[in-house]
Design a binder for this molecule. Structure first.
Ligand SMILES: CC(=O)SCCNC(=O)CCNC(=O)[C@H](O)C(C)(C)COP(=O)(O)OP(=O)(O)OC[C@H]1O[C@@H](n2cnc3c(N)ncnc32)[C@H](O)[C@@H]1OP(=O)(O)O
Length: 418
């Protein structure tokens, strides 16, 4: 990791009193001066110091990386430990000298030692992390609903009342509802203490012309039980012809189809608004099937979570499978050679636990750990990856059977970055 004229760069853990300097590296690397003080405070509180690394040039901090101790929902409903790789940056003066590579090396060795089977991240640029074994595991959908040009066909359900609430006061009830949804969709993260502040982050200096955050609660009229919520902001858009506000939806969660439809209808009926925008929805969100004309939503699909199996055996044994499967995988993993080789995955299907152990049997499929990451949550199918030449079928019939077993009926998704 040296260039001929440069001193060697070294990687080491940081101490709590270095946080400001360390985080300053991240801010400069991302362009500098864009963060709000409230945001900085939140990330300071959420940083796990004992999982935070610095790259040093002599004694000077020039790079950073950290990890959060997450637990992530996987197909079948289990929730597994996963390292949330975050705050990765190298100063512009020290790039392309192997600093990131050294951070990834140290971090993955550490994760293995901690026994975390999975690592996940959201990337600033999608091209960075494939070389370290991360595959794109989820996608997110960005849509715009033009008010007045779209109709929602709401299903019947119990009577609901909508009520505006202070977002902070409503947060505990919203968190409880969110927690019930976590095992139902692969990719969702259990919220650790402190993380309930993330959806409430609303620094006045970062609103860009939008209102403070609003929170609307949907409650069953008969019982008063909370069954859904949406958090959103409205700008004061006005054009020569009249009101043209935008309603920006930060998040929306609902326990029943009728509740989701009611909340979307409410947002779409906002007076003075010309459109409702939402940056991140699952690619199978019910909204797509509620609207009268999908094309009007101008849907755009973006990358979401990237995932890397840190320990292939534990990772594959930890999730559920949609069909019975018995397959031998030949896994390539140049960056973490402890994963390389042949693994036999056996599962009775949805009703029982899986087993994944090393084997000398002939391989049925050959792929790299990156493709396993892409297929792990059920986001990309093994068949789609094979069609791109990324998975090789070595025994006829093995691909279709394994692909069906790895698939998820519900599209994996993570609503936020970290
Ligand atoms: C999870 C997160 O936190 S995502 C945030 C990532 N950080 C940022 O985007 C902040 C701005 N960028 C940076 O700080 C740096 O450019 C980093 C961290 C992306 C890369 O750091 P560097 O120390 O320059 O990377 P390093 O020298 O180890 O490069 C390793 C390889 O990755 C490649 N690479 C590095 N950055 C990029 C990139 N942005 N896009 C594509 N490839 C890249 C290098 O070319 C090199 O390839 P090679 O092995 O074929 O030679």
């Amino acid at each position: 990791m040296t260039s001929p004229a440069s001193a060697p760069l070294t990687v080491r853990p940081i101490s709590a009193d270095e946080w400001d300097t360390w985080y300053g590296v991240l801010e400069v690397a991302f362009g500098g001066g864009l963060e709000q003080p409230e945001e900085r405070d939140l990330w300071r509180e959420l940083t796990e110091i004992d999982r935070s690394l610095a790259v040093c040039d002599d004694s000077r901090l020039v790079g950073c990386a950290s990890a959060f101790s997450f637990r992530i929902a996987v197909p079948g409903g289990a929730v597994l430990p996963a390292a949330g790789v975050t705050m990765v940056a190298v100063l512009p003066t020290h790039r392309r000298r192997g600093a990131l590579t050294a951070l990834m090396r140290r971090q993955l060795d550490d994760l293995r030692e901690r026994g975390e089977p999975l690592a996940v991240l959201t990337a600033s640029e999608g091209a960075i992390y494939g070389r370290f074994g991360y595959g794109q595991a989820t996608s997110r959908l960005n849509v715009t609903l033009p008010r007045g040009r779209i109709r929602l066909d709401a299903p019947d359900g119990p009577d609901l009342r909508l009520r505006l609430a202070d977002p902070a006061e409503a947060a505990p009830a919203c968190e409880e509802l969110y927690a019930r949804l976590v095992p139902l969709r692969p990719g969702l993260l259990e919220r650790r203490p402190g993380w309930e502040r993330l959806p409430l982050l609303d620094p006045p200096g970062g609103r860009g012309g939008f209102s403070p955050l609003h929170c609307v609660l949907a409650e069953e009229t008969s019982t008063g039980r909370l069954v859904g919520y949406a958090r959103y902001a409205v700008d004061r858009g006005w054009n020569g012809g009249g009101p043209a506000a935008t309603v920006r939806v930060n998040d929306l969660a609902a326990l029943t189809p009728a509740t989701a439809a009611r909340l979307w209808t409410y947002l779409l009926e906002t007076d003075l608004a010309e459109k409702v925008t939402v940056n991140s929805l699952p690619v199978d969100d019910p909204l797509l099937h509620l609207v009268s004309d999908q094309r009007r939503l101008e849907p755009r699909v973006r990358d979401g979570l990237f995932l890397r199996p840190v320990e292939v055996g534990a990772a594959l044994a930890g999730r559920g499978y949609a069909q019975p499967v018995d397959v031998v995988l030949e896994v390539a993993d140049p960056f973490c050679p402890w994963n390389a080789g042949r693994w036999r995955l056996v599962s009775p299907g949805p009703d029982g636990p899986a087993e994944c152990v090393r084997t000398r049997a002939a391989a049925d499929l050959a792929l790299s750990v990156r493709e396993l990451g892409s297929a792990y949550l059920g986001g990309a199918t093994l068949t789609a990856l094979a069609r791109a030449g990324r998975v090789a079928e070595l025994r006829p019939g093995a691909l279709a059977a394994a692909s069906r077993a790895f698939a998820s009926d519900v599209a994996p998704w993570l609503p936020h970055g970290f």
